[in-house]
Design a protein around this ligand. Structure first.
Ligand code: FMN
Length: 217
């Protein structure tokens, strides 16, 4: 089967793209509403793209009625947001936060998620998230129906049991994020494996990087 994306209606593009580009990690994005309470919404058009600067990207679609989602309204106003990674412990609460509530609903409280103040931005993070990333907006790219938000991570707060004692590598028995597959299907990273370069790969790479010797003529 072949699909000409230049002719395909957006909803078909969405279905095909999200069915095949997955699993997609889920950012449970917390922001501060204009009235001062916490807002939370899951976003799976999300990933990290750079460490210098540390950039994460969100894609936020307008609602069916053409209005912007509360998360985007809050991000535009405050220029700040927090990405909370999601594991099985908070998966059910994450789905509740995805309900299209009115702007004055505090989704973390509704979903039973305890929050704590962020350190560098004026928002709250979810206490039981494995990892919270406080972000400041680097830029927003606007399309007619979608905004793509580049956020610079300024602080990361990690649940202690998710990391080794040196704070370097995740503990894979504990940190098992969930990710979105297609439609309402999700996957949990509980079957991890290592894939090592074959023996001799380093020598092969080094040989190719060595400039050829001068002929001496
Ligand atoms: C797992 C999951 C992933 C989602 N990913 C996105 C996304 O990437 N972009 C988007 O605009 N909406 C996404 N949604 C829908 C929003 O979470 C939903 O519209 C929510 O009500 C927005 O809340 P807000 O108005 O408080 O921002 C997702 C929903 C779920 C359950």
């Amino acid at each position: 089967m072949d699909f000409d994306f230049t002719r395909l209606p957006p909803q078909d593009r969405y279905r095909l793209l999200t069915n095949f580009v997955g699993p997609r990690p889920i950012a449970l994005v917390t922001t501060r509403s204009q009235a001062g309470h916490a807002n939370a919404a899951p976003m799976s058009f999300f990933n990290v793209f750079s460490q210098d600067p540390a950039i994460v990207i969100l894609g936020i679609q307008k609602r069916g009625d053409g209005n912007e989602k509360d998360t985007l309204v809050n991000i535009r106003r405050t220029q700040e947001f927090c990405v909370n990674m999601v594991d099985m412990e908070i998966a059910d609460a994450m789905i509740l936060c995805g309900i299209n509530f009115a702007p004055d609903v505090d989704e973390p409280s509704f979903a039973g998620l305890a929050t704590a103040p962020c350190r560098q931005i004026d928002a709250t993070y979810l206490e039981r998230t494995p990892c919270a990333m406080e972000c400041r907006v680097e830029r927003i790219i606007d399309f007619p129906n979608r905004a793509i938000i580049l956020g610079e991570v300024v602080e990361m707060t990690v649940r202690d049991d998710c990391l080794d004692p040196q704070g370097r590598y995740v503990n894979p028995d504990v940190y098992q994020p969930i990710a979105r597959l297609h439609a309402d299907s999700y996957i949990v990273a509980d079957r991890q494996f290592e894939l090592l370069k074959p023996e001799g790969a380093a020598a092969l790479e080094a040989a190719q990087l060595t400039p050829p010797k001068e002929s001496g003529k």
